[in-house]
Every structure is written in structure tokens, then in C-alpha cells.
Design a protein around this ligand. Structure first.
Ligand code: SAH
Length: 388
């Protein structure tokens, strides 16, 4: 009933080591249509499990189940139910959070985010794309949302030969959704905002950072003001910087709606230039947040990414007063926590600063990490204190 795909011994090893991806180079025979659910035959011809097949991506197979039993509609439902049920236990303080986080919920390449009464989802492989009608129906039954938006415009869909499109998959979805997250109220644009509208993975880091924030705050790479607005009530003055003019407009609007318009100043600038300029002018900050985009989008870009991280962290440490806090992040999955820590140590040495690590953090709990898949630990966040 299921088409089959055969894999090499190296493919066997990957499955045995708990990794759900099998690369094209480890596929020895594929007899399946694009996006099909396939039976995976190991190098000895036994059924290793079932997987979503892609005829375009370097990742040919994304394992869905292991062992001889074929998945059914009930398997999908259990996975979705499990993911959604887990979020209920987290007691998240906010109306926006991630319900399904792909591989870490055993639903490879599927993202489902909740924004109040609406869901925004992304299917990032051929197989998941094919499952969208069924997934949509099951989400309607499980969550009863007012509407579901397919934000299927990330560029990675191109690697799968999938078109990019944004369309309402169920009900209706407004142009802007008001959501509360912790102390901050946002107006979110689910159709055009970055990711699905908000950087939900930083929610808990914003709360953590607020515990240290004070005095004069610089929020660099601010997007629509996530850190700036969460930390502002504890600060005297906030400068938020993002290169995107649209993001800066959103920061201003969000600052107004939270009664922080007088405290938060937003500037559309390249952070690299702005940090240099602030240093030249001899400005000082008590709290700094660095939350850049992923500088290393692939392995080849790692070296350049590390020098980018080093530069901004070095400059930030110089701008920080003794006793001040730096909240610094990397969301490059190709840069490990160890490599990032090494960069921070080098930046501290070059800045001639004594720096203590106060907290080591990661993406929020609704974006869990699959222990055997290092790629899923993508967001690293260090809270540092400058001693002298
Ligand atoms: N801190 C935000 C998320 C930041 S995402 C939050 O908590 O929600 C990274 C942001 O960096 C994006 O908004 C992007 O527009 C911005 N960006 C990318 N390169 C930049 C640069 N060189 N200078 C300033 N901003 C940049």
C-alpha cells in the first residue's frame, strides 16, 4: 500500500542514532511520488519505519514512525493532540505561543503557532504540504479556532520545489490580531510579520531579561520591540534599533499602545553602524540586548557568522557600564552553545572586561529541543554581567 524507499547502512546508522533526517546520498532506491508517505527499507531490506519523502530536498526522508507498523490518521491525531496537550501544561502567560514545533513534536517540518483565537501554520516539506488538508481538519477539531492561516512563504520551501503562498485554510483571519504576552500587548500582522508574526521563541528570555534590566537600555535588532517593551517598565530610557523601517513603525505603535511612548525611542539603523557610532560618541548603557538574525544560515557561513557575533558583542561590552547586563543571543543552529560561549569570551578579552555568566538560556519551552537532533537547539541566550 505504501511506496518504498531503500536506504544505505549509513542511513540505518542515522535512524539508530535517533536522527529523523535521511539525506539523498543515503537513499539507494526511491520508488515514490513527491511528498508521499513511504515505507523505509533498511540496508537489509527490513522495514525501518515510515517517512515523508521529498524528491527535491537534500533531506530525502523525514522519519515519521519507527518499526513495522504503518502510521494511520489516528497516528497524526495523537501527535497533534500530544503537542497541543503539552502546551496546556506549560501555563504560558500569553495568548500567543507555539503549538507544534516540527521535529521536536515528531511532526517533522510542521509549525503551528497560536495567536489568540487564530492559528498560523507552516508546512516546510513536500510531505507536510500534502498533509495540509488533513492537518487543518484535525486542528479545527482539536482547537476550534476562528481561522487558520497558512504562512507558507518561507524561502526554505523553495528547496522542496514548493511554491510560496499565504492563504486562509479555514474560517477567516484578520489583518491584525491583538495579543497579550506577559506585560506587553502587541498588534500582530499574521500575513506579513516576520516568522508567523512574533518571535515567540524569545518569550521566556524577555521575562528573564526584565529581572536584570535598569537604567538606560539598548535593544539591538529589536523587530517590533519584544525586548524593548518587556524591559521598558524597569528602565529610564530605551533605544530600540532595527534595520527595517516597517519594524520601527511597529515598535512605535506598540510602545504607544502600552503607554511607553515617552520612554521607548526607535531608530531604523544598521546595528553594526549604530554600535560604532554610539561608541564614537562615548555613550553608555546599563542594559543591552543583542538579538540578531541567524548570521550562519548554513555551515559555509559559520566562520563569517562568528566574526559578526564577535564584533557586536565586543562593541556592546564596551558600551556597557560596570555592573551592567548584556543579554546576548544567537539563533544560528550551526553555531553551538560552546562556539558561541567561546566568541563571547574572546569579545570580553578584547574589551578588557571581566564578565560573569549570570544565566544560560535557550528557546522557550513551547519550542523544545529533540535531544538526538542538535539542530533543534538553535537559540542560545546568555545573560552576562560586566564586573569591571
Ligand atoms: N528581538 C526581536 C527579534 C529580532 S529578529 C524580538 O524579540 O522579537 C532580528 C531582527 O534584526 C529583524 O527584525 C531584522 O529586521 C533585524 N536586522 C537584521 N539585520 C540587521 C542589521 N544589520 N541591523 C539592524 N537590524 C537588523
Amino acid at each position: 500500500m505504501f511506496p518504498s524507499v531503500a536506504i544505505s547502512r549509513r542511513g540505518d546508522d542515522r535512524i539508530r542514532n535517533g536522527h529523523p533526517w535521511i539525506y539523498r546520498s543515503d537513499v539507494t532506491r526511491a520508488d515514490a511520488e513527491a511528498g508521499a508517505m513511504v515505507r523505509v527499507l533498511d540496508s537489509r531490506g527490513r522495514t525501518a519505519g515510515y517517512a515523508l519523502y521529498s524528491d527535491r530536498s537534500e533531506i530525502s526522508l523525514r522519519m515519521f514512525t519507527r518499526g513495522p507498523d504503518a502510521p494511520t490518521e489516528a497516528t497524526w491525531r495523537e501527535r497533534l493532540e500530544g503537542a497541543i496537550g503539552f502546551r496546556k501544561t506549560l501555563e504560558i502567560e500569553g495568548a500567543a505561543f507555539r503549538l507544534v514545533h516540527g521535529e521536536a513534536d515528531l511532526l517533522p517540518s510542521l509549525v503551528v503557532d497560536r495567536y489568540g483565537d487564530w492559528l498560523v501554520l507552516q508546512a516546510l516539506s513536500q510531505g507536510m504540504d500534502r498533509m495540509l488538508p488533513q492537518i487543518t481538519n484535525q486542528l479545527v477539531e482539536l482547537v476550534a479556532p476562528t481561522g487558520i492561516l497558512g504562512r507558507n512563504d518561507p524561502r526554505v520551501r523553495g528547496l522542496e520545489g514548493l511554491e510560496t503562498r499565504v492563504d486562509v485554510l479555514y474560517g477567516s483571519v484578520p489583518e491584525s490580531i491583538d495579543v497579550q504576552e506577559g506585560t506587553v500587548s502587541y498588534s500582530v500582522d499574521p500575513y506579513h510579520g516576520q516568522k508567523t508574526g512574533l518571535f515567540l521563541d524569545q518569550r521566556e528570555n524577555r521575562v528573564a531579561a526584565a529581572r536584570y534590566a535598569r537604567g538606560r537600555l539598548l535593544d539591538a535588532f529589536s523587530y517590533n520591540g519584544g525586548f524593548a517593551l518587556s524591559l521598558a517598565p524597569r528602565c529610564d530610557e530605551v533605544l530600540a534599533v532595527d534595520i527595517s523601517e516597517a519594524a520601527v513603525q511597529q515598535i512605535r505603535r506598540n510602545a504607544e499602545r502600552n503607554g511607553l511612548g515617552a520612554v521607548v525611542h526607535a531608530r531604523a539603523m544598521n546595528v553594526f553602524d549604530e554600535l560604532r557610532e554610539l561608541e564614537r560618541r562615548g555613550e553608555r548603557f546599563d542594559t543591552i540586548v543583542l538579538d540578531p538574525p541567524a548570521f550562519a544560515k548554513n555551515k559555509a557561513a559559520v566562520a563569517k557568522a562568528l566574526s559578526g557575533y564577535k564584533e557586536i558583542n565586543l562593541r556592546a561590552l564596551k558600551l556597557l557600564v560596570p555592573g551592567g547586563f548584556l543579554i546576548t543571543c544567537s539563533c544560528s543552529y550551526n553555531v553551538s552553545e560552546g562556539a558561541f560561549a567561546e566568541v563571547l569570551a574572546q569579545a570580553a578579552l578584547d574589551a578588557r572586561a571581566d564578565i560573569a555568566v549570570v544565566e544560560k538560556r535557550m528557546q522557550a519551552r513551547d519550542h523544545p529541543v529533540l535531544l538526538t537532533v542538535p539542530e533543534t537547539y538553535y537559540l542560545k541566550c546568555f545573560i552576562l554581567r560586566k564586573l569591571a
